[in-house]
Ligand binder design. Structure first.
Ligand code: HEM
Length: 232
């Protein structure tokens, strides 16, 4: 059953689609959570502490997230390799098959934007999650106590420091633009693979996918830009 699922082209598209939609859910929640910084450093730190303080439930969600990432990446790479094998020479000049195929720069570059997002995610985790004050890196300068309570991680301080640098602020901005491209085509493609789409509503789903992708990517830009330009 599992071999059939991962072995067939339709199965691979299904796995990529389901895990992709799960990851969209995470990215959307993550983007909204980041906006807590606009309510102040304490709100942001307490939100981060609330999540990590959930203990086993948090680790379970993290393990699920990791599994989704791995399956999404492995099946995504297999699909890209399959496409190359089917047309090893490549096209002289690529021409879209028109509206119903939804072939855009985003659809053809899914593997490239996906790979850049993978490298970004590793770098991102090292910078923030495993950065100063994080697991195995108990730098006391990145701890803060509120109202006489236990010290918690001062994630807001780390985020502020990182996005004061133009390299971080504009590097993140560039990656978020690629995220918009990846999500825009990804949401449409996932819904199509799941058969949730009749041709008559394909345009609508493409628009909703586009808005969701653009909204998530744009939402992520608020924190780096507001910090870099000293607006909060
Ligand atoms: C401006 C954009 C972003 C900012 C400011 C940001 C900030 C952060 C911070 C501060 C953490 C650490 C949370 C904690 O340990 O309490 C984190 C974790 C994480 N971020 Fe981001 N993030 C951004 C965009 C993204 C994007 C686009 C992705 C995915 C493609 C992503 C994936 C993750 C993952 C997987 C974690 C680890 C979650 C966990 O296991 O706790 N982030 N992010």
């Amino acid at each position: 059953m599992l071999k059939k699922l991962f072995g067939s082209p339709v199965g691979k598209k299904l796995v990529t689609g389901i895990t992709g939609l799960g990851l969209v859910g995470f990215v959307l929640l993550h983007m909204v959570g980041n906006l807590a910084l606009f309510s102040g450093d304490q709100a942001y730190n307490e939100y981060s502490e609330f999540l990590t303080g959930m203990g086993p439930l948090f680790y379970l969600v993290e393990a699920g997230l990791l599994a989704f990432f791995v399956f999404h990446i492995v099946t995504g790479i297999k699909i890209a390799i399959g496409k190359r094998r089917a047309r090893p020479v490549g096209y002289d000049r690529y021409q879209s098959a028109g509206a119903p195929s939804r072939q855009t720069a985003a659809s053809r570059s899914m593997i490239v934007t996906g790979m850049i997002l993978l490298v970004f995610t590793v770098f991102h985790l090292i910078s923030f999650k495993f950065g100063p004050g994080g697991p195995g890196n108990d730098d006391v300068a990145y701890l803060v106590a509120y109202d006489g309570g236990e010290p918690i991680r001062n994630m807001a301080l780390l985020v502020r420091e990182r996005f004061a640098s133009p390299l971080y602020a504009f590097g993140y901005t560039a990656v978020m633009l690629l995220l918009i491209l990846h999500l825009r085509h990804g949401v449409w493609s996932a819904l199509q693979s799941l058969g949730a789409m009749k041709p008559s509503i394909s345009g609508l789903v493409y628009t909703v996918g586009g808005l969701l992708g653009a909204g998530t990517g744009i939402g992520f830009l608020f924190v780096p830009m507001a910090l870099y330009f000293n607006l909060i």
